[in-house]
Design a protein around this ligand. Structure first.
Ligand code: GAP
Length: 531
């Protein structure tokens, strides 16, 4: 595992994983490019997520929406009014910082940090100068759509992929023929004008997200359908098939477990991350629960991804701002409600009103309005209609890539038979995400038979997975080059291959070599790549 970002970022630059964006012009803080190995790693991470989240399930559909959307979307979502960080500037050295990160910056600077000046409410960690009063700074990048630079044409680069899913919820529901509970997934670029992009690619201004909005019935609908709602106290089996009588709490925990399984599958062992359950006072006002999966990065324990139970907040907001209904019609619910007699319905309404009034009182909202809303909500449920609630597992591609690089990195001290010490730098990627799966070498490059057979294997394998061809230098040096790229298998074609068709397969982590036929190798490789 990488103990500092310095050695890792040097390897990433040297081997073509990550470069500064626009480097020849001095770079741009918060913007990064992925080189030949980095873009393969990225493709694999995204493909793995898509396979695990969409294709490998029956209840999730995909979406690929635009980056620039109608600006009202960001009004409805709350991003225009509240998606801001507290920004402060040093009056002396003019450096801009996030007010809530000043202590972290001071800790990072260590001995180089300026002493805290008690005369100022906030003093600059760089020079000790006085900082300005923190002001909210909206993180969305603004642009203008069309040729006229006028406030009426202002639009924003999306700061998350999630909102497009809500905005297209009715279209996807109508065309995918899926019914709640079901999810819509999207991967793609997001943009945030971070005040202080830091820690390599961890906090970037342009990055990619992989988000799932999994829509579920409100618990009240589950109760009408099943006469009960399964909660975590019932100890449900979260590893088996999903169940129709689960309440939001179970769905939320189910997705936390799914995300942990995914992280394990792509190479992060459970012992290296933690589940942080946000405390009630840390939750957004509409959220019922939120879990951050935190990873021990070399710069400290930080959020890798989050899984939030967001109630019906998002779809309700879009219903309000667009004037378009975001309700679904749930026929099994209507049929179940039909079976309730008047007394059962009245008792159900009364119970719901009481629960909503209590919740409103606990969160400082209008209890009378909550009682009226509960009545309307129940009448809609009896007609089989509701605005779905949502569970949102939201992950960053770049942040996961950084975690995978940190996890994979190792400098091994090796001693050869002659007692000579050497350092082997190796990236222990899971084969599922490794940028290059197989490297193929003829042992003796000038041997025409070895060259022909090795090229033939290379061409055949190239049609299946990403391969590299390497004939330069001694075989040991070729292995080391592949170790630094994280290639799990190297195939060497030698004189015996010419005689019997078998070749040696050198495994990256154990450095063991085995003779195999092409068929044996393919079976072993596919087994390791399967989800
Ligand atoms: N839709 C919910 C949402 O966007 P978030 O916690 O703001 O939630 C989700 O972002 C994930 O996106 C984070 O856990 C992280 O992996 C990634 N992410 C957020 N901001 C990022 C940034 N500036 N640079 C890189 N990744 C970021």
């Amino acid at each position: 595992m990488a103990s500092s970002l310095d050695a890792l970022s040097a390897l990433c630059k040297r081997r073509g994983f990550i470069y500064h964006s626009s480097e020849i012009y001095g770079g741009m803080p918060g913007f990064w490019d992925y080189g030949p190995l980095g873009c393969e790693l990225k493709q694999n991470v995204k493909q793995a997520w898509w396979q695990f989240t969409v294709r490998g399930r029956e209840d999730v559909a995909g979406l690929d929406a635009t980056i620039i959307m109608h600006p009202k979307i960001w009004k409805a979502s709350g991003h225009l009014d509240t998606f801001a960080d507290p920004m402060t500037m040093c009056k002396q050295c003019k450096k801009l910082m996030r007010a809530d990160q000043i202590d972290d910056i001071r800790a990072e600077l260590g001995k180089k940090a300026a002493a805290v000046n008690p005369a100022f409410a906030l003093s600059c960690p760089h020079c000790g100068g006085e900082m300005t009063e923190p002001k909210p700074f909206n993180l969305m990048f603004k642009t203008v759509v069309g040729p006229i630079d006028d406030p009426s044409n202002v639009a924003y680069l999306r700061p998350e992929t999630a909102q497009a899913i809500f905005a297209q919820f009715q279209n996807v529901t109508a065309t995918s023929r899926m019914a709640v509970p079901y999810g819509i997934a999207q991967m793609g670029k997001s943009f945030r004008n971070e005040v202080t992009p830091r820690n390599y690619t961890f906090r970037s201004r342009e990055f990619e997200q992989m988000e799932l909005e999994f829509f579920i019935r409100p618990d009240e609908a589950v109760e009408i359908l099943h006469g009960h709602v399964v909660t975590l106290a019932d100890n449900p089996d979260l590893n088996g098939p999903v169940q129709d009588d689960w309440g939001w709490e179970v769905w939320h925990k189910y997705w936390v477990e799914q995300r942990k399984k995914f992280l394990n599958a792509v190479g992060l062992p459970t012992e290296h991350f933690v589940e942080y359950w946000q405390k009630p006072d840390e939750l957004a006002h509409y959220a019922r629960a939120c879990v951050d999966i935190e990873y021990d990065f070399p710069f400290g324990r930080q959020e890798l991804e989050g899984i939030a139970a967001r109630s019906d907040f998002d779809l309700s907001q879009h219903q309000k701002w667009s004037g378009e209904s975001q309700m679904v019609f749930d026929d099994p619910l209507k049929q179940a409600a039909k079976k309730m007699d008047d007394a059962a319905r009245a008792a159900f309404v009364e119970k719901t009103q009481k629960a909503w009034a209590e919740r409103a009182a606990a969160t400082g909202k209008d209890a009378v309005a909550a009682v009226a809303a509960a009545e309307k909500f129940c009448q809609n449920l009896f007609d089989g209609k509701y605005v779905p609630h949502v569970i949102e597992p939201s992950a960053g591609v770049d942040r996961l890539m950084l975690a995978l690089l940190c996890e994979a990195y190792e400098e091994q001290k090796l001693t050869d038979e002659k007692g000579k010490e050497d350092i082997r730098t190796v990236l222990h990627f899971s084969p599922k995400v490794a940028p290059v799966k197989v490297a193929i070498f003829p042992l003796i490059k000038k041997d025409p038979d070895q060259d022909r057979i090795a090229r033939d294997i290379f061409r055949k394998l190239q049609k299946k997975v990403n391969c590299q061809w390497d004939v330069s230098g001694a075989i040991g040096r070729r292995y080391r080059r592949q170790d630094e790229a994280g290639t799990p298998w190297c195939i060497t074609v030698d004189a015996q291959t010419v005689a019997d068709g078998t070749f040696t397969v050198r495994e990256r982590d154990s450095m063991e070599q085995k003779r195999m036929t092409y068929g044996e190798f393919l079976a072993m490789m596919y087994d390791a790549l399967e989800f």
